[in-house]
Design a protein around this ligand. Structure first.
Ligand SMILES: Nc1ncnc2c1ncn2[C@@H]1O[C@H](COP(=O)(O)OP(=O)(O)OP(=O)(O)O)[C@@H](O)[C@H]1O
Ligand SMILES: [Mg+2]
Length: 215
């Protein structure tokens, strides 16, 4: 029998996190790239799986490499079939495409955890529900991105989800022009994504422990 500690490690070491929202421009690619960076900094073997036919994550990755500041992980292109495969890295973070497509459902099905980034704009919050409807029983977490700290919109967006029982990450990602300007380069700062990464890892470990204790 495996010990609880090594079972937790084993579970965490074969996980897929899908970053999804049918709404475009809400920070999916930025979130996937930054969470992979945070995982690599935490010495985890991690791959970014680019499931967006536009290839924004791959493009950003190769631009940074050409600029001589490579990201500390590898990128692979996946589609709705290959997204099911077992990864060679311990952790795969999937960057989903915008718009409605069968790839989104395939990513939900393949994922251990679905992360749904949205800005706090009421329109983006409203359009995020469509994606939340696709996740079913999968562990799901909304991440508030491009947040103007200290504004009513932040509290309103959080309440809109939490009032309906949707889990919202405690870590929020602030709006930063310098992050916007980091497209094509390795960002110089983590912009709150290291806190989000640790929050996710703690949650996944706690869920696993709760599950094993119940069974
Ligand atoms: N925290 C932030 N602060 C400022 N700008 C941000 C932040 N996060 C993302 N952006 C910017 O918002 C835009 C959209 O981000 P991103 O490409 O990550 O979204 P997306 O959901 O992947 O978009 P798409 O649906 O087109 O794939 C980009 O210009 C990006 O640089
Ligand atoms: Mg994108």
């Amino acid at each position: 029998m495996t010990s609880a500690a090594s079972s937790v490690t084993d579970w965490l070491d074969h996980s897929k996190i899908a970053v999804l929202n049918t709404k475009g421009g809400v920070g999916k690619t930025t979130t996937a790239m930054m969470l992979c960076t945070a995982a690599a900094k935490d010495s985890r073997s991690v791959e970014l799986w680019d499931a967006d036919p536009q290839g924004s994550a791959s493009e950003w990755f190769y631009m940074a490499e050409e600029a001589g500041t490579p990201f500390p992980f590898q990128v692979a292109t996946v589609n709705k079939i290959t997204i099911k495969r077992r990864m060679s890295a311990d952790l795969a973070i999937i960057d989903g495409p915008p718009g409605e497509s069968s790839t989104i459902q395939a990513a939900v099905d393949a994922a251990d955890l679905v992360l749904i980034p949205t800005t706090t704009s009421p329109l983006d919050v409203m359009r995020t529900w469509k994606t939340l409807e696709t996740t079913g029983d999968k562990p799901t977490m909304v991440v508030l991105t491009s947040v103007k700290l200290g504004t009513k919109l932040l509290d309103q967006a959080r309440a809109a989800f939490e009032d309906e029982g949707v889990y919202v990450a405690k870590s929020v990602i602030p709006h930063r022009e310098s992050l916007k300007q980091s497209i094509g380069q390795l960002p110089l700062s983590m912009y709150g994504y290291d806190d989000l990464y640790h929050e996710i890892m703690t949650l996944m470990t706690d869920d696993y422990t709760a599950h094993t204790q119940a069974s």
